[in-house]
Design a protein around this ligand. Structure first.
Ligand SMILES: [Zn+2]
Length: 283
């Protein structure tokens, strides 16, 4: 957290936020070219909002057998991406619990010494990033248990550790999903990692507050098109400050690192790899 709230990150957050908002807005309008007032969509009941009903191709919902094949691919992608040997057992399954909570999650069973990924039924293009994210949590767990390598600030069970875990998983998810987009040309994959916009916006609000600065309203309003974005901006700022989430801080932290290392080839991959092997030092 100390690394994220440094004052010199404010202009970087502003820059990244603007950049991300421009690409997201373009994608959103590609997906819903015929909606006249895009802000109206956000005003509609979130539970009824379905981005897969737009023009972009999000694939179909996979059967259990198809899920098993995709999961096998995801595992080898993550192993290769992080340069890690085979990991301990981790199952991936459609779970009623995940369906009910409207989320996907990773769980570790100390009793059985295995991990499990609980998924809700998503379209295949949405499923891949979710699987990568949760499997990266398993890789973190294994590297901590097996190699004992990650460096000290991230080993504690406190908030910094959660920030690291979520930021790292998000970064692996983002990089592998971008690779998938390059391979397939399917822009649905890019839509899927647009969480980055919310992470950057929320981190910008949070870091501004730490330095008693008012976040620039025009930046906060950029790309506010999706579900939940209907909230008046002051109310939104308050809600972020009250419930700032490790996904946002971690995601923003890794995006800032990627930007700082942008001249290096495959910067995000190097950061993710080094971090899971306990060798990365944040700049
Ligand atoms: Zn996570």
């Amino acid at each position: 957290m100390e690394i994220l709230i440094q004052k010199e990150n404010l202009p970087l957050l502003e820059h990244l936020l603007e950049q991300e908002a421009v690409s997201f807005t373009r994608l959103y309008r590609e997906n819903f070219p015929n909606v006249e007032n895009h802000h109206q969509i956000g005003g509609i009941d979130c539970r009824k909002f379905d981005h897969t009903q737009g023009e972009l191709d999000f694939g179909k919902i996979l059967s259990k057998q198809e899920l098993a094949v995709t999961y096998r691919d995801v595992k080898s992608l993550v192993h290769r991406f992080l340069d890690i040997p085979t990991l301990s057992t981790c199952w991936a399954l459609y779970s009623p619990e995940a369906e009910e909570d409207h989320t996907c999650f990773y769980r570790w069973s100390a009793l059985h010494n295995w991990g499990s990924i609980h998924l809700r039924r998503l379209h295949s293009v949405d499923l891949l990033p979710a699987l990568v994210h949760e499997y990266a949590h398993h890789a973190q767990r294994d590297s901590i248990k097996g190699m004992g390598l990650p460096y000290e600030p991230f080993l504690s069970d406190g908030p910094s550790y959660r920030i690291f875990k979520e930021g790292h998983s998000f970064a692996v998810e983002r990089a592998i999903t971008q690779q998938k987009y390059v391979e397939t040309g399917n822009r649905g994959y890019l839509y899927d990692i647009s969480d980055a916009l919310v992470f950057l916006r929320d981190a910008y609000i949070f870091v501004s507050e730490q330095h008693s600065q008012k976040p620039k309203r025009n930046l906060l309003l950029l790309g506010r098109l999706t579900c939940g974005d209907w909230m008046p901006i002051d109310e939104y700022i308050n809600s972020v400050l009250q419930h700032f989430d490790p996904h946002c801080s971690g995601g923003a932290l890794f995006l800032i690192e990627e930007f700082k290392n942008r001249s290096a080839k495959d910067a995000l991959q190097t950061i993710c790899r080094e971090a899971v092997h306990g060798r990365y030092v944040f700049s």
